[in-house]
Write a protein of this length. Structure first.
Length: 94
């Protein structure tokens, strides 16, 4: 496994699945989700700043909390991901 940027966050489940958030030259945050065999199952890039990324104990879910500025106001967002797919609407808070 090779990453292009600097690791900002990481979390591992009890069964060996894990999430890594990196900062690259092109994006503020790139989120990579891996299974227990180190296979990347999902990835997405954003110019939001990921504050935290946590893998659930069973490895089925990942929560990603991020923040950005929207017309001068700080906006935060919580994404819940299952098997590389979003399973609920993003929750935005101002």
């Amino acid at each position: 496994m090779t990453l292009d940027g600097t690791i900002a966050h990481a979390s591992m489940s009890d069964n060996g699945c894990f999430v890594i958030v990196e900062k690259t030259q092109d994006y503020n945050s790139v989120v990579h989700i891996y299974d227990d065999n180190c296979n990347r199952v999902s990835s997405y890039a954003t110019n939001e700043y990921v504050i935290s990324a946590q893998m659930s104990q069973n490895g089925k879910y990942t929560a990603v909390l991020s923040a950005s500025a929207d017309n001068g106001a700080m906006t935060s967002e919580l994404k819940i991901i299952k098997n590389g797919k979003r399973i609920c609407r993003d929750v935005k808070m101002k």
